[in-house]
Structures are given as C-alpha cells and as structure tokens.
Design a protein around this ligand. Structure first.
Ligand code: CP3
Length: 359
C-alpha cells in the first residue's frame, strides 16, 4: 500500500502503524492529551467560561486540540470535544456540574422517551464539531494526523439512561433486564447517529476515528456481545474507510474488554485499544496480529519518579515486542493533576533511539 507515504515522519507514523505497516519509531498520542493538566488549557477554559462553551466554539476547540501537539512531539491530534455532544444534539440537555461531571436535564426514563428519539443530522446539530474538524485539519497542515471520535452506543446509553455518571449502572441494566426491546431500540437509534456522525467527521477531514466504549466492560460477557460489540460492528460496517485515496483506520476501545479481544476484532476494526489490565503480548496472541494495538501504560505511572516512569514506558514497548502495529498510548486518559513534564518524558521515551521497534 503506497497511499500512506514514506515510513519516516510525524505526518504519517500513526496512520501507518494503525494499518500495521512499518514505521521509523512507535507513534504516540495520549487519551485526554488536551485538558486540565496543561496551564494553557486552564487559561483558555477560564476565558471561555465553561468546557461546553469551548467545545461549541470551533476557534477555541481548534486551539485546545493544537495545544498538546505544539508543546510535545505527539504523532496525532485528537479532536477536542466530548462523547456526550451526540445525546445533547438529540435533545437531552447536557451540562457539566463542577466537580461532579456530566448531567442530562432530560434523561431517558421510559419507552416513550426512546420512541421520540431521532438520529440527529450531524451537519445541522453537530455542525460546530465538523467546523472544528475542518479548522484543525487546515491549521495542522500535515504536521500530524487528526483523530475523530465518538462514544459507543452502549456507553452513550449508560449516560442517557442514568442521567449522569454511575458506579453500578442500576437504571440502564434495569432496562436491559426488564425491557430489552426498549434498550435495543435505543441502541439502534444511537448506532444510526454514531455512524452518521463519524462519517461526517471523516468527510470534514478526520484521518482516523476511534470509538470509546468506556463502559462496555461493565457488562456480562453475553450482554457485552449483544449490547455493545454488535452495535459497534454495525457502525464499523457503515463507515467510509477511504477518503482522498487514503485509508481511514478505525480504532475500537472497550475499557475492561481484555477478555473479549477476539470478539472486538470481529467488529472489522483496524485497531483495538488496550487498557493497562491486559498485557500487550497477551493481546497480540489473542488477536493473532489481525489488528493493530493501541495502549497501554497505566495512567498512574505518570505520577512515578521520572526514572521509574521511563522504565514503565520501555516495559510497554517491550511487552508489544517487535513488528508493526503498535501505537503507544495510556490505558485511559491523562488525569487533570499530572505534571506536563512527565507527559513530555513519556513521549520522549517512546521516541528514543533505544526504543526503536526496528533495528
Ligand atoms: O482525549 C482527548 O484529548 C479528546 C477529548 C475528549 C474529552 N472527552 C474531553 C473532556 C474525549 C475523547 C472525551 C471522551 C469522553 N467523554 C469519554 C470517553 C473516554 C473516557 O474518558 O472514558 C467519556 C466517558 C466522556 C464523558 C465525560 N466528559 C466525563 C465523565 C467528564 C467529566 C470528568 C472530568 O474529567 O471532569 C467529561 C469532561 C471532559 N471531557 C473534560 C475534557 C477535557 C474535562 C472538562 C473540564 O473540566 O475542563
């Protein structure tokens, strides 16, 4: 495949690795690489007034997307937005309560609420996200690729039914057991919404897309397949995987999904995100090298003494071993009180000549 360019720079390392092609060094980006741990983010957020205002203003969302890419030699930018903009565009009324996380003003409470839901036209209700995507692409000017994203239908459904974050998923699992037809209808409309949304991001310029299935790991194995994996497989099947002659790789990340990796490969994705509870060597064996792997440093390692952090980063690289198909990342997002110096050290350690995956 020649459409991904020479194997040697920040502009194409990530896309090559996601397609399991050789690279000069392991590409690295970090979930939540833009965020509160960066002083320049906090300054912009204070000026904007709120996180949501920042997401909804393409100029600001673009600036925040670029902040970590300017500061560090990251191999990708990820769109600055949130997974919950989709249910917001469906009329649920999203807000973020300081210190408490997301809230929906009109959560899903009964089958009538589900029957009334429609997949939003992303070019209308999520126009601001698409405008951010095209703006970021323009400003990046090929420096590194831009990753678009969405939540998985199951993960979006958990917030829509609970109305906020939950530790036991009592309401959404209550629905699963008492009225599976209504849950299935909710997941169907979300599958349609997410497919259209990701295709619109690709159309606007996203060069890879990632589906965040943050709460898939809360499900029993057979429920995971039916209520989380299957909807994601339908999405992957409905995506435009090529644009402007280039492949647009798809990453699927189920947090806590380490024991279901073969089932995740069956979604048809190009890469699977791995959390820190699963070893990359075991993940490679389980997926039979059919997909690329993205991960999986314990986010808490960013609080370790520098030498120990570097050793943990090298351990992740060694765990994957030789050959193409590794994108370095954390097993989950950067926390708000991490020292940016530690993030820099992590990235430099991945890129160090001694860490090169090919002799
Ligand atoms: O990774 C990135 O840098 C891209 C931006 C991004 C954000 N949220 C920005 C954000 C992405 C990809 C997300 C995805 C997201 N949002 C997920 C899936 C991934 C994951 O983290 O598990 C989930 C579950 C959400 C929902 C959400 N958004 C929660 C629970 C919270 C509150 C928690 C918190 O940190 O306060 C958010 C807010 C949020 N999303 C922030 C950021 C930078 C913090 C906003 C702020 O206070 O400035």
């Amino acid at each position: 495949m020649t459409d991904l360019g020479a194997p040697s720079n920040r502009g194409n390392r990530l896309l090559r690795a996601l397609m399991r092609l050789p690279v000069d060094m392991t590409p690295v980006w970090l979930m939540r690489q833009a965020g509160r741990y960066l002083p320049e983010y906090r300054a912009l957020r204070a000026a904007a007034g709120s996180f949501l205002a920042m997401c909804q203003t393409p100029e600001l969302a673009c600036e925040v997307t670029l902040q970590p890419v300017r500061r560090f030699p990251l191999d990708a930018a990820i769109l600055f937005s949130d997974i919950l903009t989709v249910p917001d565009a469906m009329g649920l009324g999203l807000s973020f309560v300081e210190g408490e996380g997301p809230r929906f003003e009109r959560p899903i409470r009964d089958p009538h609420d589900v029957a009334r839901l429609r997949a939003p036209d992303p070019t209308v209700g999520l126009r601001y996200v698409l405008d951010t995507v095209s703006r970021v692409r323009r400003e990046l000017a090929g420096l590194c690729p831009l990753i678009g994203f969405s939540g998985s239908p199951w993960t979006l459904a958990t917030y829509m039914v609970e109305g906020q974050a939950s530790d036991d998923f009592r309401r959404v699992k209550g629905l699963l057991f008492s009225d599976p037809a209504t849950l299935t209808a909710l997941l169907a409309v979300l599958t349609e919404a997410v497919t259209a949304y990701l295709n619109a991001q690709i159309e606007a310029g996203a060069q890879a897309v990632m589906i965040f299935d943050t709460w898939g790991g809360s499900l029993a194995a057979h429920h995971f397949l039916r209520y989380s994996r299957d909807p994601m497989a339908r999405i992957v099947d409905g995506l435009s995987r090529r644009r402007d002659g280039a492949s647009v790789p798809v990453v699927v990340f189920t947090k806590g999904g380490g024991c279901w990796l073969p089932a995740l490969v069956e979604t048809g994705c190009d890469a699977v995100g791995i959390d820190w509870m699963t070893s990359l060597a075991a993940a490679r064996a389980a997926t039979g090298d059919r997909v690329a792997l993205q991960g999986n440093l314990d986010p808490m390692a960013l609080y370790a003494p520098p030498e120990r952090l570097a050793a943990e980063v090298r351990a992740v690289l060694a765990d994957f071993g030789e050959g193409p198909g590794h994108v370095f990342n954390l097993g989950h997002g950067v926390r708000p009180d991490v020292d940016p110096e530690q993030v820099g050290l992590c990235i430099d350690t991945v890129h160090a000549p001694s860490a090169r995956p090919y002799p």
